[in-house]
Design a protein around this ligand. Structure first.
Ligand code: FAD
Length: 333
């Protein structure tokens, strides 16, 4: 470790078209908790070209907000953004850096960690401080999700971790928190601008992302086929819910990959999660166990999904779901 004193927690705030992403607010919640345990400051670092409403970052727990704003940051480009974030870290010298494990976060985090010669633990599901030596304890599934590994980065600073959306809880918003914003400038030269964005073509998607859905109707291998899945979709439409699934149904091509819940899919935390024909493998449970209310329908009463369910229905889903649909329709709920 070099002799520079590293202190404080820094969260990289991801914005897309000036909109601050939820995962960054969730990380501020965890960052606040870690900073309080270490008795240090929590900083939020945001990079972009038209940055708005940054005071919200103070309301969600940050002590300071560091802004890098320039037309050159209009689009996310790995090289320019990695340079800017590296520059912020080298100036602020935090001891912990947290980044959302989004497509952007997964791109920028390893670039930055290599530039500043430190370690990075990806896809952490829990973060804490070791009471003995104040190291960051970074826990994530390992060996195919069969064990949880707690990793430390004791020889280098800062300690860097990425966390997927939906895993951490936001700090309760407090609009009375003081707003402290400082501007940081980064010299972006022609060599850094070797990628030119000609056009941004957005994928047409009218569906709500499963991470944002309040109710999820999730199907597993037990659903069997497309016809049965369409019955799940009918239930979802009636409940204004979204359809998601286990990896088994994604692998069978019944649902798109962005609908997969679990360790290698999305982490979700809806108000209600219907698990229909899902056995409850550890890799699936890792992505949905924090749902507020879990309803499991499975014909095998020994299925592990019942261990995390608030309401368990031991029955053939092809009998239960049509009944549920009829019931909802008859009550015009
Ligand atoms: P099964 O385990 O086959 O379960 C089907 C269930 O349906 C059974 O419990 C059965 O009793 C029930 N059933 C059958 N017919 C009916 C019926 N008519 N009515 C009611 N119930 C019925 N999985 C994920 O989901 N998400 C992940 O992100 C993920 N990541 C993984 C990462 C790694 C590295 C590995 C090794 C595995 C991963 N998996 C993941 C796969 C995981 O281990 C399981 O294989 C998978 O979750 C099983 O899906 P399932 O529950 O739909 O299918």
């Amino acid at each position: 470790m070099n002799n520079v004193k590293h202190e404080g927690v820094l969260v990289y705030i991801e914005q897309r078209e000036s909109e601050i992403q939820n995962v960054s607010l969730e990380l501020l919640g965890k960052g606040r908790e870690l900073a309080d345990k270490l008795n240090v400051k929590l900083s939020a670092a945001i990079i972009g070209s038209d940055i708005k409403n940054v005071e919200i970052l103070n309301h969600y727990g940050a002590d300071n907000v560091i802004v890098v704003e320039d037309k050159k940051f209009e689009y996310y480009i790995t090289k320019t953004y990695a340079k800017a974030l590296t520059s912020i870290i080298n100036t602020e010298n935090p001891e912990i850096v947290l980044i959302g494990a989004t497509s952007i976060g997964r791109d920028i985090a390893p670039r930055v960690s290599a530039r500043i010669k430190t370690g990075l633990t990806a896809d952490c599901t829990s973060l804490d401080i070791d009471e003995e030596d104040n190291n960051l304890l970074m826990t994530r599934p390992a060996f195919g999700g069969n064990i949880m590994a707690t990793i430390t980065c004791s020889e280098h600073r800062p300690q860097m971790a990425t966390v997927r959306p939906g895993v951490m809880k936001k700090f309760v918003k407090d609009e009375n928190r003081e707003s402290v914003i400082k501007y940081h400038s980064v010299d972006i030269n022609e060599n850094d601008m070797d990628v030119e964005v000609l056009e941004v073509v957005k994928e047409e998607d009218k569906k709500i992302s499963i991470e944002d859905a309040k109710i999820l109707v999730s199907g597993g291998r037990g659903v069997g086929n497309k016809e049965n899945l369409s019955v799940l979709s009918e239930l979802a439409d009636l409940l204004k819910a979204e359809v998601s699934g286990s990896r088994a149904v994604i692998d069978e091509g019944l649902l798109e990959k962005d609908r997969q819940v679990g360790q290698t899919g999305k982490t979700v935390r809806p108000d209600v999660y219907f698990a229909c024909g899902i056995s409850g493998a550890i890799q699936h449970i890792a992505g949905m166990e924090d749902s507020d209310f879990i309803i499991a329908i499975n014909k095998n009463k020994e299925a592990a999904i019942f261990d995390v369910a608030d309401l368990g229905i031991v029955c053939d889903l092809n009998k239960v779901i049509p009944c549920l649909i009829e019931e909802i329709k008859s009550h015009k709920l």
